[in-house]
Unconditional design. Structure first.
Length: 141
């Protein structure tokens, strides 16, 4: 008589495909993590800075003076202070018409850092992708 042995089922999980998937995901996350940034993106000015190109568009200049008043170089009356909500609305409207317009922040040297940051947050909320900081040449007084 011929007796057959019953084979037992293998109850182990083959983890090699899972390891491959995990390594691919790890690489994807390592590549995309530096691209995900939060906050306001700012390139700090150097002591010696180059002026803007003459061919570039006229930038929007958002200014905060020593008293904390906000100004924008577009609109009806550019020399009178405007409210923060109005500044954000004007910038958003201008960027809808001309989305590649550069935006610059001009802050008085006596203004607090917090007020400049608040201005930059307002610009970010208005849809500005990046801002530049205006400086004066060390030669000028």
């Amino acid at each position: 008589m011929y007796v057959r042995k019953r084979r037992r089922q293998v109850s182990e999980i083959n983890v090699v495909p899972y390891i491959d998937v995990m390594l691919v995901l790890l690489i994807i996350f390592m590549v995309t993590a530096p691209l995900i940034t939060q906050g306001v993106k700012v390139e700090l000015p150097k002591a010696e800075s180059n002026p803007l190109d003459e061919e570039s568009k006229t930038p929007l200049v958002a200014t905060v003076d020593a008293e904390g008043n906000y100004y924008l170089n577009v609109g009806r009356d550019q020399d009178s202070p405007i409210q923060p909500a109005e500044l954000g609305a004007l910038v958003a409207a201008h960027l809808q018409k001309e989305p590649d317009t550069p935006v610059m922040v001009n802050g008085d040297k006596g203004v607090s850092y917090d007020q400049v940051i608040q201005l930059m947050v307002m610009l970010q909320n208005a849809g500005v992708p990046s801002v530049g900081l205006m400086t004066t040449s060390p030669d000028k007084k």
